[in-house]
Ligand binder design. Structure first.
Ligand code: BV8
Length: 240
């Protein structure tokens, strides 16, 4: 039961692939997930990119093209987070593990893509990061420095440091409510955020299709499809 949280002044929300499932994007570890058809070590590590850059670029090109498909749009769960953020009088930080652009398309503002963004590319030669909606190839020239062969998806692979961890940890240390939505709790450091929130004395809530790996660490939980449970849960939360 969401209940009235009069003292709620600082909220951190973590999302994973499950929040985008009803928008038509696959998750990773479900039976029909991405890792059921391709291996992490073949497409989502720096070693894979060094070993077979064409294969890795193709993997992300296919997902980027899929995201551009007109049928893929934010669902009520994405929209309810943006609406709550706009109405909430306190601090609200949305941290997503997702590399899709559905949270920003739903209107979320204070948003961190800790695992990067599918629609951005980074040049390893000059460090430039920019929007990229087309395919990337091993000889794609950097729009900033002009050098070819250094362009990669602006995505965090396994073994790479997620983005903005200082800002995330600061928010976790001072939050009084932590809500985890649509993540299996398999991947660190994201899977450890609930422990940091508990250490800060925050109320911890899991909204997921089924209990995650870290389910026992949450004080409260509501299980069901995100599009069905997230809007109602945030509608019941006091915006202060
Ligand atoms: C790092 C971008 C250190 C790429 C991703 C041993 C122990 C602990 C940790 C490790 C270890 N060995 C290695 C590690 C570290 C490793 C890790 O955690 N490995 C795991 C597998 C054990 N982590 C890392 O490497 C991270 N970096 O640790 O750096 C470091 C230190 C110093 C210097 C340098 C480095 C980096 C991890 C980031 C990797 N990149 N994504 C891409 O997207 O292609 S992670 C990958 O998993 C996904 O992309 C996603 O972001 C992430 C989490 O997945 P979920 O979002 O949770 O998705 P999943 O399918 O698992 O679950 C979906 C959930 O939704 C399910 O629960 C399901 O029930 C639910 N659901 C389904 N439908 C719905 C729903 N819920 C609601 N409604 C629905 N309709």
């Amino acid at each position: 039961m969401a209940g009235v949280m009069a003292e709620t002044r600082s909220i951190v929300v973590l999302t994973g692939a499950g929040i985008s499932r009803e928008s038509g994007l696959h998750t990773f570890r479900d039976a029909d997930g991405i890792w059921a058809t391709v291996k992490v070590e073949d497409v989502a590590t720096p070693e894979a990119f060094a070993r077979d850059p064409v294969r890795v670029q193709d993997f992300y090109n296919e997902r980027r093209r899929g995201l551009a498909n007109s049928g893929i749009a934010p669902n009520p769960a994405h929209r309810s987070l943006a609406e709550f953020e706009a109405a909430f009088a306190g601090d609200f930080l949305l941290v997503t593990q997702n590399i899709d652009n559905l949270h920003e398309r739903a209107g979320s503002n204070n948003l961190i893509h800790m695992h990067g963004e599918l629609c951005k590319a980074r040049c390893e030669e000059c460090g430039d990061v920019g929007e990229w909606l087309d395919d990337l190839f091993t000889d794609t020239a950097c729009p900033a420095c002009g050098k070819a062969a250094g362009m990669r998806p602006h995505v965090v692979w396994f073994g790479e440091m997620p983005f903005e961890m200082d800002r995330i940890n600061e928010a976790l240390e001072s939050c009084d409510l932590f809500v985890s939505i649509g993540t299996s709790g398999n991947v660190y450091p994201a899977a450890g955020f609930v422990q940091a929130a508990r250490m800060a004395g925050a109320r911890t809530v899991e909204l997921n299709l089924e209990p995650s790996q870290g389910a026992t660490l949450f004080e409260e939980a509501v299980y069901g499809p995100a599009g069905a449970i997230v809007p109602g849960w945030f509608a019941n939360l006091d915006t202060g």
